[in-house]
Design a protein around this ligand. Structure first.
Ligand SMILES: C[S@@+](CC[C@H](N)C(=O)[O-])C[C@H]1O[C@@H](n2cnc3c(N)ncnc32)[C@H](O)[C@@H]1O
Length: 254
């Protein structure tokens, strides 16, 4: 597992916990936000009570969840990261780095995890899923935007990552079933038409020369949103190994 210090340091340097390259990060994060928003609105047609964003980072997804849920907990184990998320205060949101707050504010109708569980080692992943299943309502959902690998990938890349088969085993052990699995764009393995349009745009190529300025970031954000909304194609990309999992806790799993 990457340490708290790693994430705190990244958040202090960039103002968020994502990729350090602003051009790539902006599109990637907007694509994830688009996909999560879409899945949440399909799952919950009416407003619900409580949601948890596990590993909330600087809080981008909490802002999406609070549109649908009366109360949202944004939990992240890294204290400095939570301080950054807290800059956006709202009485319907609790940002915390205290694990006890997860239980005290439970139970949740939805738990979201965006690129958090994928970086845990097997034992840590197992404990985290157990904890999440304890605080999740019966029939409650988990949306997990996570990268788990095949055995082939693992031996090719020589990285000690949890495999998809192990992930499935851990979910099953905790009474959590897979409702659906949505393949998600990836700029290298499975670029979407939207990514290609963004990446090849001449004006953006010029702006990339100034990529670390606030002005450039503003332009990246505006263009990324516009292009993603135009194509609406970041979900359901073929030939891909990146997935967004929609999971559900069985009614009798407590
Ligand atoms: C790649 S960032 C993603 C942040 C956020 N979900 C997003 O997509 O903007 C991973 C985040 O997970 C947090 N994290 C990592 N391991 C964690 C754990 N075991 N418990 C809680 N948070 C964790 C890190 O501090 C970091 O903020």
């Amino acid at each position: 597992m990457l340490s708290k210090d790693f994430w705190n340091d990244r958040a202090i340097r960039h103002g968020h916990t994502g990729h350090s390259e602003p051009f790539l990060y902006t599109f990637d994060q907007e694509a994830r936000k688009f996909a999560v928003e879409r899945i949440v609105s399909h799952l919950f047609t009416e407003n619900k009570d409580k949601a948890l964003d596990f590993g909330c980072g600087s809080g981008d997804f909490v802002r999406i969840l609070k549109e649908r849920f009366s109360f949202v907990v944004g939990y992240d184990f890294a204290e400095k990261v939570v301080e950054i998320a807290r800059r956006d205060s709202d009485p319907r949101v609790k940002f915390t780095s205290e694990i006890k707050d997860l239980r005290e504010n439970s139970v949740y109708d939805l738990i979201l995890s965006v690129t958090v569980l994928q970086d845990l080692e097997e034992g840590e992943l197992s404990s985290a899923v157990k904890e999440l299943s304890l605080v999740l309502a019966s029939n409650g959902y988990i949306i997990a935007v996570e990268f788990f690998v095949t055995e082939e990938w693992k031996s090719l890349n020589k990285e000690n990552r949890v495999t998809n088969a192990k992930w499935m085993e851990i979910l099953e052990r905790n009474g959590i079933t897979v409702v659906s699995k949505h393949s998600f764009y990836n700029p290298i393995e499975a670029p979407s038409a939207s990514w290609n349009e963004y990446n090849r745009n001449f004006f953006l190529r010029f702006v990339r020369l100034f990529r670390y300025t606030a002005f450039a970031r503003k332009i990246f954000l505006r263009k990324a949103r516009e292009i993603i909304q135009k194509h609406r194609d970041v979900l359901g990309v073929e030939n891909n190994t990146y997935y967004i999992y929609v999971l559900q806790k069985a009614a009798n799993a407590d």
